[in-house]
Write a protein that binds this ligand. Structure first.
Ligand SMILES: NC(=O)c1ccc[n+]([C@@H]2O[C@H](COP(=O)([O-])OP(=O)(O)OC[C@H]3O[C@@H](n4cnc5c(N)ncnc54)[C@H](OP(=O)(O)O)[C@@H]3O)[C@@H](O)[C@H]2O)c1
Length: 260
């Protein structure tokens, strides 16, 4: 973390999954911080009171929609890959839980669904917007999950997809450093949104998480730990062997070998 991060004021920001939860909070927080333009990627039509918000129809699994979105965006400073899928169910009933785990959550179809959104969605949107981000020497912010660090066994397919997206973020960080594009990965614990509605545990508010995400970008934190549960792991991660090994591996990369 040697260089300064990107300030939000005056920047052009794109958020996927912008209609609810953390994505919606990110839009509001970016506006509050003086972003110049907010591209709000959603699957359903979105209306917003602020004229700085430009809605984009964007299912991150739809290559044609990604391409159409790229053609509508003139310039981009910060891409936030926030859209995410976690297939959860009523886990209250033990028999239902066992059936669910065996058949649904860890079936191949569930794995493919999670990978399609959480890994390939992030990958596809990032590739498509890379030329614009390279031009602006901008930043990619991938909203991951603490389940990338340690799998949540009742959400195996989700955890696998988030671990894969974490690894993608590490490689992109090293590969894009030569182009001046920064890559941040956000590692939230439980956040109070529809996704974790059924979990009866302490959760951070999406608004506080959105603030912490932009604070982390502005401070140029490679990993952003945006809530009390994740923040308790920040120090040990940053000073730990795995982070040192990531840097060692990153040093193997010659500058800018990736083609968009
Ligand atoms: N909530 C948590 O506890 C928690 C913890 C750690 C990490 N996260 C991560 O935070 C991110 C945001 O989650 P959230 O908590 O805000 O969940 P959420 O309230 O369920 O919102 C998910 C968002 O992703 C969008 N989305 C899903 N599939 C999509 C697709 N194929 N294309 C485009 N958009 C799609 C949804 O759009 P629709 O409205 O059209 O479905 C919605 O806007 C996710 O990446 C999630 O994994 C959440």
């Amino acid at each position: 973390m040697s260089t300064k991060g990107i300030t939000i004021e005056g920047r052009v920001v794109l958020v996927t999954g912008a209609n609810r939860g953390i994505g919606q909070a990110l839009v509001e927080e970016a506006l509050r911080r003086g972003a110049k333009r907010l591209y709000a990627g959603t699957r359903q039509p979105l209306a917003h009171r602020d004229p700085r918000v430009t809605p984009l129809t964007l299912d991150v699994t739809n290559a044609a929609q990604i391409q159409a979105a790229v053609e509508k965006v003139e310039s981009l400073d910060i891409l936030i890959n926030n859209a995410g899928l976690a297939l959860v169910d009523d886990l209250g009933d033990r028999a239902a839980l066992e059936q669910h785990l065996a058949v649904n959550l860890f079936g191949r179809a569930a794995l493919e669904q999670h990978l399609a959104v959480n890994l390939f969605g992030t990958y596809g949107v990032t590739r498509a917007f890379l030329p614009l981000l390279t031009r602006s020497r901008g930043a990619i912010v991938n909203v991951g999950s603490l389940s990338a660090f340690a799998a949540v066994p009742v959400l195996p397919a989700y955890s696998i997809s988030k671990a894969a997206a974490f690894s993608l973020s590490q490689s992109l960080r090293a590969l894009l450093a030569g182009r001046g594009v920064k890559v941040h990965i956000v590692l939230p614990g439980p956040v109070d949104t529809d996704m974790s509605r059924g979990l009866d545990i302490p959760k951070a508010s999406p608004e506080s998480v959105a603030r912490a995400i932009f604070d982390g970008v502005e401070r140029n934190e490679e990993e952003i730990f945006p809530d009390p549960m994740s923040a308790s792991m920040a120090e040990s991660w940053r000073s730990g062997a795995a982070k040192a090994f990531e840097r060692q591996n990153a040093a193997l990369v010659a500058t800018a070998p990736v083609t968009a």
